[in-house]
Every structure is written in structure tokens, then in C-alpha cells.
Design a protein around this ligand. Structure first.
Ligand code: ASP
Length: 341
């Protein structure tokens, strides 16, 4: 019987109601055991639970937590066949993306999950999500990559997005096929599997001032854009533009600021605000100016994947042409590159 590691980080799955709303609760190990026992847990793989302290609401997640997760995975990797991470849903897609870039190729599955309703509450989706994550992590044909299991779907972690704040089907990967789907049986799609390898457990040096995300909107302030792009600590920017990758031109001021920033060595990646498909930088003159300004076309990267990829690569010391090259390359299946020609 495969043995799993379960890392508990907090989130709704383990929260308790309080007069102020849901808060991270204590005594998770006991509740997990009781609830799994009540939901056919004897048929699930055996596990060892490690609680990350303190349990948090994932809205308070800081990138440093990814180093702590990688460290915990490294410590327990050899003794387990698959890893499950319990996490709040709000930033689950960020953590799944960040871990995919930090760990690189894997020889065992890492499956993240959470819940919309806490374990033990009426109609909780936690037992189902947990069982799916545990079965996927223990499956001999499971993808050797960072995945997200939620509401009968197994998704590539760095393609996943929280697409619904209230529904149980809270996650999807709009630009990538699901890696698996659970009906009565768990069906895995092994055709898109990434090559397996040995994980990299190296820590990254995260610094919040290095990276920002600029979401374009009508009325974008020239002054605020200038202050962001001229900030000397900025080293990476995700530009979240309209449609096929078009930002407002601001009478040429935006492209000029972007060009000055890229000339200083800032890596700028352009992704779309659209839920599906990606950028075609240059299909319109407004987007074409970005090519001239040295902005990297982020193809169909999600904003979460673009941001965390920049954070991890900068945190691992990549700069200049090497960083730009890595950002334009699919490292862990995070983007579809356009067909040649
Ligand atoms: N705020 C919670 C969290 O992300 C939401 C959840 O887990 O569903 O920790």
C-alpha cells in the first residue's frame, strides 16, 4: 500500500466557524482522522500528517511559505510515495504554480487540494477532495508533476485557476486539458505527462519589491504607471493586458516606459485578461509596440503562473537574457507555444 505525506497549511478545509467568520482551527490531525474514518478512509492509502505552523488563511500567504513547503517535502520525500498538500483555495493556484517551478521535474506526484466548506461541516466537499487527492497521489500512473485535485478534476498545477468563488467546482484549467477526471473510477490522461526527473529542493530568495503585476484598465494613470516602471527595485513585471495582448497606448507613453524598463534589465511578460486562450502580441498595433519594447509574449500563461514563474526564477538568481529566455520557454507545461511558421 503506498504511503502518503499530507502537509497541512491551513485554509477552509481545516477552519472552524468563529463570530468573526471562518478562522484556521487547531487539532486538525484528530479531525482529519475522524472524518476520513467516517468517509471510507480505511480504503484510502496510509498517510503521515505534517502540520505547518501556524495554519493560515491562504489570503495571508507569503512566498517564503513556498520555501518552507519545499523544505518539508525534501525532508519527507524519500519515505513517501506521493505527497498531498492541503491549502486554502484563495491562493492555491499561486502555490501550485510556484511549487511546479521550484521543484522542476518530479519522480513522485505532488497533489494540492482544499475545500469550499470545512471538514466536518454539512455538505463539506473536503472528504471528496481529500479522497481524490490521496488516490491520485498514490496512483501508479499519476502524473509526476504538481497537480491540483478539486471536485473530481485533476489539473496541472501551473495551469489551474480559481474560477468560482462559491461553487464546489471552484478550479479549472481553461487552457489545458484536465490530467484526470473522477467518476466511479479515476481516469488519468497520461498523454500529456511531463518527463519525470529528480526534484530540485533548493530554496529561492524571494523579495517582494522585485515583482509586480499591472492590470490594464480604462483610465490607467500615466503617473502611477511611471512610478511603478521607474522604480529601481523592480526586476520583473506581469502586464495583464486586454484580449490578444493589447494594452492602452497612453499616447505612446506606456511603450516608452516599458522599453526603458526592459533596457534596464526588467523582465516584462504580457498575458491576457481573458479567461481562455492567450496573447498574439502584434496582432494589433497597440500590442505590436510591446514587441519593439522588448516585452515577452506570455502566450497562454495564467497571471498566477506568470507571476510565480518570475518570482521563482528571480529568486533563483536568473537575470538578463537567461531570465528572458526561461520566461519565453515552457519549463513545466505552463504554456502552449504557438505552432511554428
Ligand atoms: N480564505 C480561505 C483560504 O484561502 C478560502 C478557502 O480556503 O477556501 O485559506
Amino acid at each position: 500500500m503506498p504511503r502518503l505525506l499530507i502537509l497541512y497549511t491551513g485554509g477552509t478545509i481545516g477552519m472552524r466557524p468563529s463570530p468573526a467568520g471562518y478562522v484556521p482551527g487547531e487539532g486538525f490531525a484528530e479531525r482529519l482522522e475522524t472524518q476520513l474514518a467516517a468517509h471510507g478512509g480505511e480504503a484510502l492509502p496510509t498517510y503521515r500528517l505534517v502540520e505547518m505552523a501556524p495554519a493560515i488563511d491562504s489570503a495571508n500567504l507569503e512566498p517564503q511559505a513556498w520555501n518552507r513547503l519545499v523544505e518539508a517535502l525534501a525532508r519527507h520525500w524519500a519515505d513517501h510515495d506521493g505527497m498531498v498538500i492541503l491549502h486554502g483555495t484563495d491562493t492555491l493556484a499561486y502555490t501550485a504554480s510556484a511549487l511546479s517551478f521550484m521543484l522542476g521535474a518530479l519522480d513522485k506526484p505532488v497533489v494540492l487540494t482544499g475545500a469550499q466548506i470545512p471538514l466536518g461541516q454539512p455538505r463539506s466537499d473536503a472528504p471528496g477532495n481529500l479522497a481524490l487527492a490521496m488516490q491520485a497521489a498514490a496512483h501508479s500512473a499519476a502524473p509526476r508533476e504538481v497537480c491540483l485535485a478539486f471536485h473530481d478534476r485533476l489539473l496541472r498545477g501551473n495551469r489551474a485557476r480559481k474560477v468560482d468563488s462559491l461553487a464546489m467546482a471552484a478550479f479549472d484549467s481553461p487552457n489545458a486539458p484536465w490530467l484526470g477526471q473522477a467518476g466511479i473510477e479515476l481516469q488519468l490522461d497520461t498523454t500529456a505527462a511531463l518527463p519525470a526527473g529528480q526534484p530540485d529542493f533548493t530554496a529561492a530568495r524571494f523579495e517582494d519589491d522585485r515583482v509586480a503585476l499591472l492590470h490594464c484598465h480604462p483610465g490607467l494613470s500615466r503617473r502611477l504607471v511611471a512610478s511603478l516602471l521607474e522604480d529601481p527595485t523592480l526586476q520583473g513585471l506581469v502586464l495583464v493586458s486586454y484580449g490578444t495582448g493589447n494594452p492602452p497606448e497612453l499616447s505612446g507613453e506606456l511603450a516608452a516606459h516599458l522599453a526603458r524598463a526592459t533596457a534596464r534589465g526588467v523582465a516584462i511578460v504580457n498575458v491576457t485578461q481573458c479567461h481562455r486562450s492567450g496573447v498574439r502580441q502584434g496582432a494589433y498595433a497597440s500590442g505590436g509596440a510591446l514587441n519593439a519594447a522588448g516585452v515577452i509574449a506570455g502566450q497562454d500563461l495564467t497571471p498566477e503562473a506568470a507571476l510565480t514563474k518570475l518570482q521563482v526564477l528571480l529568486g533563483r538568481g536568473l537575470r538578463g537574457a537567461t531570465l528572458r529566455q526561461a520566461m519565453a520557454t515552457a519549463l513545466r507545461g505552463e504554456m502552449s507555444l504557438p505552432a511554428a511558421g
